[in-house]
Ligand binder design. Structure first.
Ligand code: FAD
Ligand code: NAP
Length: 521
């Protein structure tokens, strides 16, 4: 990697030479204070010119970005486009230019070691310095051995021709642990972007990096590890760490042997659905035909279902494997409704309606506590980024089409600072069919941002609320914005004809495709 001789910085005549009273600073122009910089970094402006992508930067490429209006600097292995920061740099532009197109780590350490540059410059992150392929070392004869930096021969023909480049990985160890580091080359990676399973020392990690593509790590580890491991996502650097605990404190010569599709970046459809067996922990009646099922993930699985996504459940029904999609929900809508008895992230809850003449649900309903069901990794095309800056959120649900709304509603109330109103219109046949009616009513009472409207298609004579099917009249009355130009988003889910009809009516009411998400299979 490049290194600029450190004694050259700060230059002898530089304003950054430490004076007896400390380092001199260059007077900054109006509107170029630290607060102004922070404001700019939070504005959502693309400061790298790469539209959120992270790339591997070669030394040759770095050298070409050496001008004031195109200035990349490498600090501790990460490359930043500092051009937008030039005018905000307290030490002046000339000081920054001394490391233009080069590795400024030594310069930085000398002058700025205490500065939290990772946070200050996080929106300027271009990527990391490309690693040179290392020559693989064998630890078992005849087998390809992983050291984390092998050339990716199997990857090249499966990569998309355009778009983001393949993630890569590396690994390191301490006496007691082995850490696998995955460089996703994308920002906004979080803990629900990665699913990890460890079974009999076979490690499988799947990263949903971009729409429709997954990056896979699939390795038979060279030594035994403990079943518990931890996963960390370093969001702004696009890095995921999987920290394994060694069973024996011995030094590993290699990570293990590659298995099928290891280190490949491929369309999701080519990875197949991966299942792990989960144990039925509890089953609770919610309505006359709908139950809340709680399944426990194996201890050696890390899986968090992203908001609005579903999984597939698989059971053997009279010798045949039957698979159906279901949308996980939170345990309840009200955090203070029930004391959480179980630790988070190890349990998945489902609200499932049992159809007596159905193929799958009667079989599921027959399971005893302690029995196992296979659960797939998450799927689905809903992204919470669609909700960014939304002020009015409208949810239209019919029957169990309510399930994706549960986590969307929870997310909206806990994580959307822009939110003014969230309104749910919930269609059912009768009052007895309404899932979590009491919780919904309590939530609407407790939180002023929440409105709930029930609509029944086959109400009893006592019902004084709204009735009928989804219609222009019901929708136009319901879809009132909190202000004339408020930013809106609408989610809709239920029987397919309901969802299709709802979307058609929403278009008629002048909502755009970008403002609507229909949950379908
Ligand atoms: P099926 O065998 O599919 O039968 C269901 C009903 O349809 C029965 O009454 C049956 O008699 C009738 N039926 C079957 N075939 C026909 C036919 N040809 N003509 C007319 N009627 C027919 N459900 C939930 O309860 N909770 C969820 O969280 C959930 N999430 C889902 C997420 C997604 C993405 C999708 C697509 C569906 C989801 N579902 C959910 C529905 C679920 O996947 C199943 O479809 C449902 O549980 C029924 O399965 P089953 O095999 O028991 O019934
Ligand atoms: P349901 O009780 O049969 O119906 C709920 C309400 O929707 C009833 O008022 C019903 O009216 C109405 N409805 C049904 N078909 C309609 C149509 N064509 N136009 C307008 N209104 C209609 O529903 P359910 O048995 O719970 O079924 C829920 C559905 O949601 C399932 O098909 C399931 O697959 C789907 N789902 C999808 C997802 C997903 O993510 N894609 C998630 C969960 C559930 P009537 O009295 O006239 O029938």
């Amino acid at each position: 990697m490049l290194n600029v001789p450190s004694q050259a910085f700060p230059a002898p005549g530089s304003q950054q030479r430490v004076a007896s009273q400390g380092r001199s600073k260059v007077p900054l122009k109006q509107g170029r204070s630290l607060m102004d910089w922070i404001r700019l970094t939070r504005s959502g402006k693309d400061l790298t010119g790469l539209k959120g992508r992270l790339i591997d930067v070669t030394e040759e490429e770095l050298k070409t970005h050496n001008k004031k209006d195109d200035c990349w600097i490498c600090i501790r292995g990460l490359v930043y486009n500092v051009s937008p920061y030039m005018e905000y740099h307290p030490g002046g532009e000339d000081e920054l230019m001394r490391a233009a197109g080069a590795d400024g780590t030594d310069l930085f350490n000398e002058v700025h070691r205490w500065v939290n540059y990772e946070s200050m410059l996080k929106e300027c992150l271009v990527g990391r310095m490309a690693m040179k392929p290392a020559v693989p070392k064998d630890c078992h004869e005849g087998k390809r051995v992983l050291n984390g930096m092998l050339p990716k021969s199997q990857v090249t023909d499966t990569l998309p021709k355009e778009g983001p480049s393949s993630p890569s990985y590396d690994w390191f160890q301490t006496e007691s642990s082995v850490t696998i580091v995955i460089y996703t080359k994308q920002k906004n990676i979080n803990l629900d972007s990665v699913v990890v399973d460890l079974q009999d020392d076979i490690l499988r990690a799947e990263l949903a990096v971009i729409k429709d593509h997954s990056y896979l790590i699939h390795i038979e580890l060279s030594h035994e590890v403990q079943e518990n491991f931890s996963v960390r996502a370093i969001e702004n650097v696009g890095k995921v760490d999987i920290v394994l605990q060694k069973r024996e404190n011995i030094s590993w010569k290699c990570l293990g042997h590659p298995l099928e599709k290891h280190d490949s970046f491929i369309p999701k459809k080519d990875t197949g659905l991966y299942y792990r067996k989960c144990q039925l922990i509890s089953k609770e009646d919610v309505t006359h035909d709908t139950r809340l099922f709680c399944l426990m993930l194996p201890p050696s699985t890390h899986l968090q279902v992203p908001v609005g996504q579903h999984v597939y459940l698989k059971l053997s029904v009279t010798g045949a494997e039957i698979v159906k999609p279901y949308t996980p929900v939170s345990e309840s809508l009200l955090s203070d409704f029930k004391e959480p008895v179980l630790p988070p992230n190890k349990y998945i809850y489902f609200l499932i309606k049992i159809y007596p003449d159905g193929l799958f649900t009667p079989e599921l309903d027959r399971l005893q506590i302690g029995d196992f069901v296979s659960v797939s990794s998450p799927e689905g095309n809903f992204k919470v980024s669609k909700l960014q800056d939304v002020e009015d959120l409208f949810l239209l649900a019919a029957g169990t089409g309510f399930t994706p709304m549960v986590n969307v509603l929870n997310y909206a109330l806990t994580s959307m600072s822009s939110l003014r109103k969230v309104k749910l219109m919930f269609f059912n046949k009768t009052e007895d069919d309404i899932i979590w009616r009491c919780q919904l009513e309590k939530l609407a009472l407790k939180d002023k941002r929440v409105d709930v409207e029930f609509v029944l298609s086959a109400p009893s004579s006592e019902w004084s609320g709204k009735q009928g099917h989804v219609s222009p009249a019901l929708l136009s009355e319901f879809l009132q914005r909190s202000s004339e130009n408020s930013r809106v988003f609408l989610c809709i889910c239920g029987p397919t004809p309901f969802t299709d009809e709802g979307i058609r009516l929403l278009h008629d009411l002048n909502f755009s495709t970008d403002e609507i998400h229909g949950f379908t299979a």
